[in-house]
Design a protein around this ligand. Structure first.
Ligand code: FUB
Length: 539
């Protein structure tokens, strides 16, 4: 076995880690608690807010759901948990058993945020509670219940462009709607059954685009509900059913919302990916929504979230201008996407993408090509110099699934194994969001059991393997990363407190798989982290 003790093969980039609350570049977007029934809204402060319900852990039942938290973002990557805004214990008209805080919604009218939540009253009958605040994610004060909302569940409030508010809610799997009075606490007239909302089960959400109203809702698809939608030219229907646009996930319920943010449309929904498919331990996700020419919805592809290059104003990947999809962009195009071409300081490239930047417009003049994950343009001496940009698929795809250690099922990291016991569970070593997103981190006064995965490779092909390693000051010993016979070690005595990127090119010979592994030296004491593991075929 070839040991490359304490040798730095090629230091590409040392990135000072900067942590914001829960940065996630992939689904689900919240991993520190279970969340469901995501209702997303963009408010006047320019942020996108999500108002989900909270599932309790360990999985119990829908009855125990409690404690609403609000989440927000301004880049679809960094999610802030604003904390709990309401708990059943605060609701004096509510059931004495607590819990039963189901899918809520939030609306903004005349300077006030109205948080509307379904909760059972002391007699065990559903009511639509209202709490108001001058802020979108804090200081909500209970105001009572919506008059006319008794027995209804799963509220959705839609405010039309003329300021009129509408309430949609569910009883016995049917969707009803009515205008809300200006006080937002009373229904005007009666809740009316909505025609043409076929196969509706629960969780309606209404939005408007180009003068057309859309209602999305979970259906009765056996086993696991799917999401259907209907369209109308009036907020109170009649609706024209359009069928399924989101396939089921791994949990029975399918409740969500659609919102436009920074020129792109997103569906918020939930699945059971963090809990291994527990019906009552769900996690909220989002994915892009695309419309056909005639306004109908295309099927939504459930993915790992936004995986596009991001362009930043600073070198710490915090102040983001925006993302760019595959395509070519002139200075004017970039401006349209909110990216100031002469002020880009850093970019981050998800695996599989490649960015070319040009000094002149239309792909002319001096150019730079980037393929690595984190690019500090200042270090390369080419910050603030671009006029046009081309984003393309990188033929050099990272062969290491989950090279940035995002969580899989709760307490595990997808695709990585705890070698000695052959278990998937690696809770002791579960990393924090240190290197921009997740990293695998170990803290202890002993050698860490190797965390490994096997990567399929072609025989007799050339690969470049890379990893970022960090060891904290005051640690003793070495952090180790190995790929087959090749190994990188960083010694606490040599470099501490900063990320160091290692890489090496090798030929696979007769092998058709390579085992990669994260571990420490036997005498290790302290804290160390691994991140950005990549193995890329060199063609
Ligand atoms: O989350 C509890 C209930 O399950 C919601 O209110 C329904 O829409 C379904 O998701």
């Amino acid at each position: 076995m070839k040991r490359t003790t304490q040798v730095l093969f090629s230091v590409l980039i040392g990135v000072a880690g900067s942590v914001q609350a829960a940065p996630r570049r992939s689904n689900p977007i919240v991993s520190h608690r279970f969340t469901a029934d995501a209702s997303a809204h963009v408010w006047n402060d320019g942020r996108l807010y999500v108002y989900p319900s909270s599932d309790t852990s360990p999985p119990s039942s829908y009855r125990t759901m409690d404690g609403y938290h609000v989440f927000s973002t301004d880049d679809m990557i960094t999610w802030v948990d604003h904390g709990e805004i309401l708990h059943s214990r605060d609701v004096e008209w509510g059931t004495k058993r607590g819990g039963s805080m189901w899918a809520p919604d939030c609306a903004y009218k005349n300077g006030t945020y109205y948080f509307v939540f379904p909760h059972k009253n002391v007699e065990g009958i559903w009511e639509l509670g209202v709490a108001t605040s001058k802020s979108p994610a804090s200081d909500f004060k209970l105001q009572g219940t919506i008059k006319g909302g008794n027995t209804f569940c799963d509220p959705c409030i839609f405010i039309d462009h003329d300021g009129q508010a509408y309430l949609y809610a569910v009883v016995k799997a049917k969707c009803y709607a009515a205008k809300l009075k200006d006080n937002m606490m009373e229904i005007e007239g009666e809740m009316v059954h909505q025609q043409g909302v076929d196969e509706h089960r629960e969780g309606p959400f209404v939005f408007k685009r180009k003068g057309t109203y859309y209602m999305i809702y979970p259906d009765h698809h056996k086993g696991f509900n799917e999401m259907q939608y209907s369209m109308s030219d009036s907020p109170l229907g009649p609706w024209e059913p359009k069928g399924v646009f989101v396939e089921h996930t791994d949990v029975i319920t399918m409740h969500g919302s659609i919102v436009e943010y920074k020129g792109q449309w997103y569906l918020f929904y939930h699945n059971g990916s963090l809990s291994g498919g527990h019906a009552t331990n769900r996690s909220i996700c989002f994915d892009r929504v695309f419309f056909n020419e005639d306004g109908t919805l295309q099927m939504v592809k459930q993915t790992l979230g936004v995986k596009l290059p991001t362009f930043h104003q600073d070198i710490n990947y915090n102040r983001m201008f925006g993302t760019l999809d595959i395509g070519t962009y002139t200075t004017a195009d970039l401006e349209k996407y909110g990216i100031q071409n002469d002020a880009i300081s850093s970019l981050e490239l998800p695996s599989g993408t490649m960015v070319e930047c040009f000094e002149e417009d239309n792909g002319k003049g001096k150019s730079w090509r980037f393929e690595e994950s984190f690019i500090d343009l200042g270090k390369l001496g080419c910050d603030n110099t671009f006029s046009s940009i081309k984003v393309s698929r990188n033929p050099n795809v990272n062969l290491v699934p989950n090279g940035s250690f995002e969580k899989g099922v709760e307490q595990t990291i997808a695709n990585w194994r705890f070698a000695r016991r052959g278990l998937r569970g690696i809770s002791r070593n579960l990393g924090s969001a240190d290197h921009g997103y997740y990293a695998l981190c170990f803290e202890g006064n002993w050698a860490m059991l190797p965390v490994t995965q096997t990567v399929a490779v072609e025989s007799d092909a050339t690969y470049k393997v890379s990893v970022s390693l960090k060891i904290d000051p005051d640690s003793i010993g070495q952090i180790v990363f190995s790929a087959g016979e090749h190994s990188f070690e960083l010694d606490a005595a040599e470099k501490a407190g900063e990320w160091v990127r290692f890489s090496e090119t090798f030929n696979s010979g007769k092998q058709n798989s390579i085992s990669i592994s994260c571990s420490t030296s036997k005498d290790f004491k302290g804290t160390c982290c691994w991140d950005g593991v990549a193995m890329i075929e060199q063609k």
